[in-house]
Design a protein around this ligand. Structure first.
Ligand code: H2U
Length: 345
């Protein structure tokens, strides 16, 4: 019997995290099983008088948002980090702790309460990229790590439907990034090239996991994806930080985000939940040829707008597991229209 990775259970190695994932494609031979659940009605209002993030509204702490248009950034009123934390370190075998020093901000993507990235057009997404860059520039002068991310949808713990993301910047390098840094450094020592630049080249040669590409960017379901429709957004060129993007590269990035988020919404004809975020070289005044700027999209949905993948028993106790193969997921995403289903005639 010939081994078929779309049929037979196997494990795949994630070189970014140094972890394995169990793939059980026989449990889900077809990429689409079961019935289509009715779509959850979309929030269509442009302005919600009760939203803390809409222009002109009062936030929980009593501050009033300006009548902004386009992206708007403010310091999180319930920050997970403190910029005035006293230094603290406790070292006692099992009881090790240290203080954290940082700042967190909220980035409203636009004044429109009802439009997620998928429904904003490329120039509006480009405006968000510019704001992310301004934040990297400002916060990167103070903190070595600036984490930009978006939790989208109640399923991902998002507390407010107004399209927005967050930025947490702090002194320490967080655990997942630390592990990735080690892996990329090891690869660089062995090959004198960046792991993710070489990986992007291999994905472009194979095409089997590529969802979308333009002159500068590539979206692929990574070989080691653990979430059903997880994707990696990768540059085709060497770049360590977002602040190094040319205007054309930034424009092409806006197009990539637009196409990917539209495809996601089109998959189950719903506002597709996910957590996404950027990783780039730390702002530590060192050169980091091992790094490549990239974004991860981690969406939980599996079979419909309401049937999600849970990372529970086996995943919590052993390792990540998936049914659909990454190649099957990529094929499904690739075939989807890049015009948003709500904009179709
Ligand atoms: P999430 O939806 O991903 O939870 O992000 C919303 C953030 O907005 C959340 O971190 C902040 C919350 O603390 N927020 C304010 O800073 N002020 C408000 O008035 C409401 C929400």
């Amino acid at each position: 019997m010939v081994f078929d990775t779309n049929e037979h259970p196997h494990r795949r190695y994630n070189p970014l995290s140094d972890e394995w994932i169990l793939v059980s494609p026989h449990r889900n031979k077809r990429p689409w099983q079961g019935k289509i659940e009715p779509s959850v009605a979309q929030e269509a209002v442009e302005y919600d008088p009760n939203c803390y993030l809409c222009p002109g509204n009062l936030r929980v702490n009593g501050n009033r948002n300006p009548n902004y248009k386009g992206p708007f950034v403010f310091d999180n009123d319930f920050s997970a980090l403190a910029s005035d934390a006293q230094a603290y370190r406790h070292d006692d075998t099992f009881f090790v702790a240290e203080s954290v020093h940082g700042i967190s901000r909220v980035v409203c993507f636009s004044e429109d309460h009802g439009k997620s990235l998928a429904e904003l057009d490329s120039p509006q997404i480009l405006a968000i990229i510019k704001v992310w860059n301004e934040q990297y520039q400002e916060l990167g002068q103070i903190y070595p790590w600036v984490q930009i991310f978006e939790n989208k949808g109640a399923m991902m713990g998002c507390s407010n439907p107004h399209p927005h993301g967050q930025i947490w910047a702090h002194q320490h390098i967080p655990s997942l990034v630390h592990r990735k840094q080690i892996q990329m450094s090891k690869y660089y020592e062995q090959h004198q090239t960046s792991l993710l630049l070489d990986y992007a080249k291999r994905e472009l040669e194979s095409k089997s996991r590529v969802v979308y590409e333009n002159d500068d960017w590539l979206v692929a379901v990574p070989y080691w994806a653990s979430w059903p429709y997880e994707t990696l957004l990768l540059p085709k060129f060497a770049i360590q930080q977002m602040t190094q993007l040319s205007n054309v590269q930034a424009q092409n990035l806006a197009d990539s985000i637009s196409v990917l988020t539209c495809k996601y919404d089109n998959l189950f004809e719903c506002s597709f939940p996910y957590s996404m975020g950027w990783h780039c070289a730390p702002f530590d005044q060192q050169s980091h040829p091992e790094w490549q700027l990239h974004a991860h999209f981690y969406p939980p949905l599996l079979r419909s707008s309401s049937v999600r993948k849970f990372m529970v028993g086996y995943e919590m106790l052993a390792e990540a597991q998936r049914d659909l193969s990454p190649e099957q997921a990529a094929e499904t995403l690739r075939q989807l229209d890049s015009i948003h289903y709500l904009k179709r005639q």
